[in-house]
Design a protein around this ligand. Sequence first.
Ligand code: MIC
Ligand code: SF4
Length: 640
Amino acid sequence: MGQTIAQKCIAAHLLSGEMIPGNEIGLRIDQTLTQDATGTMAYLEFEAMGIPRVKTELSVAYIDHNTLQTGFENADDHRFIQSICYKHGLRFSRPGNGICHQVHLERFGIPGKTLIGSDSHTPTAGGIGMLAFGAGGLDVAVAMGGGAYYITMPRMVRVNLTGKLSPWVAAKDVILEVLRRLSVKGGVGKIVEYGGPGVQTLSVPERATITNMGAELGASTSIFPSDEITRSFMKAQGREDQWVALSADDDAVYDEVLDIDLSTLEPLAACPHSPDAVKPVRELAGMPISQCCIGSCTNSSLLDMRKVAAILKGKTVNPAVSLTISPGSKQVFNMMAQDGTLADIIAAGARVLECTCGPCIGVGQSPNSAGVSLRTFNRNFEGRSGTADAQVYLVSPEVAAASALAGVLVDPRTCGDAPTVTLPDSFLLNDNLIVEPCPVEEMDQVEILRGPNIKPFPSNTPLPEDIEAEVILKVGDNITTDHIMPAGAKILPLRSNIPAISEHCFVRCDTSFPARCKKAGKGFIIGGENYGQGSSREHAALAPLYLGIKAVVTKSFARIHAANLVNAGILPLTFANSDDYDRIEQGDILRLSSIRNALETGQSITLENITKKERYPLTHALSKRQISIILAGGLLYTVE
Ligand code: MIC
Ligand code: SF4
């Protein structure tokens, strides 16, 4: 039987397990990446493992999230990460070099190789044919040390692309269409693979926009074939020698097939507050807007910027609108400066920001109260922009730029001819913001620079035999890690300080959560479907751990968050009958009796509601390996 692209990559990297959907498999990881907001923890964990040099083919640490530096914290973190990289054999991408996923695609991604990154949008590299996963920092630390990365063998979805995008319709509209059809839970437990004749009409940056937002489907990852288009992109990046062809076998078998005729698509928008609340732009046209933000790891390529510049050229941004532009990388920024597109953008009145995540993670540019913001980003969760009542719509760069001029949401198909822009035959190659590690013989002399905000990883004890505790919080469906552990300019500087950041845990849902946890000393969280979707931030597990949360019981979990809970030593359990969720109230006292024994022996698990005098059967998806991690109190206690 033939294989899919992902199955080929998995087979070539398989260290343990069988490639049967639902089974745990261990993969050899060729490359890792981190960004600064998750990186400090990942490197503290790597240090705790005592491994002198990274064992991967390539590991890169990017500084792209926390570059605001309103205090010493971020700058201290940058110096810490830089010194770690220098000593332990990683490349360091200095602040100003760009957003991790964009730079990785340009400079380091290799078709057929495996990559894990401590950021949920790591699958962006699937646009160049890499098998790339978002993971918690601890999993990345283990992979840097040469250990396997474990996932549940996913099922395979094929998105069959035919036709060609019409003028003014963009790659963003392709992934918004997939989100509209599949929803934010539709990709859970699956790898989304793109194929069909339509693939040849999409450039690598366009493919990367699509794989980037596969994260919003909840998919394990997304991947495109590596073909002649990939080859010319790599050639233009001076890396043709690293190109390999990669495609699915003709008789590959998929669990699900989705057909999309590109020529039937139209401009789309994801409405507040979920990436799958997708509507045609034409239905929303005329809506007044006050902000447009163009950039983020989804849409910040040179191609995107050139389209935007062509739309803005010779015009002025509407006085009611603030338009920000964040190029994805120094390469993009520099080329915009050289080819004049930057001048067109500046002349039109756009506010040009650094090439970082910026507004996407709430680091600046929060909209006005109840403001309508059009963003080319990938997430529009409530409050993520930093303004609690802002209305964020996710759109293509074309829609954002045309609307910024009009002051209202416009369907760009009403704006005349679409800009025709192309990618260059060769990109500007200048890796001077990548710092190489020190020679091995010098590493002992390298001092690690630590700031006072960097606090150790929270400790845990082995899982007790019985857990009796209160339900400190009950939440609904689709809780994001932005709810659990918010980001933004005020909270992000505390990413290296779990005691301090845990004061903000769940405050978007309930401001008294941290105080009530501390008072109770231990507790349960009850959640609905798709609990923990969104970011890979392990802080969404470490802060609850620090606050005494012992188990989270839900209707279902998002993949990366469930793995982070296990790594932290918090039990992720699910209701066998999802109606039992309704029977539990916040404040109820729950009990898990003989839980160690039940996990070790595979016996059924029952949750006792002492307050209501009821019992609910529970299930879990833990592998044997994960059970031993939970029993030990977390992954760090099992690494030799
Ligand atoms: C995000 O988009 O939410 C982030 C910030 O990039 C996160 C990582 C983090 O929380 O640091 C992600 O997507 O994993
Ligand atoms: Fe940065 Fe936003 Fe991309 Fe996350 S989604 S990596 S915050 S640009």
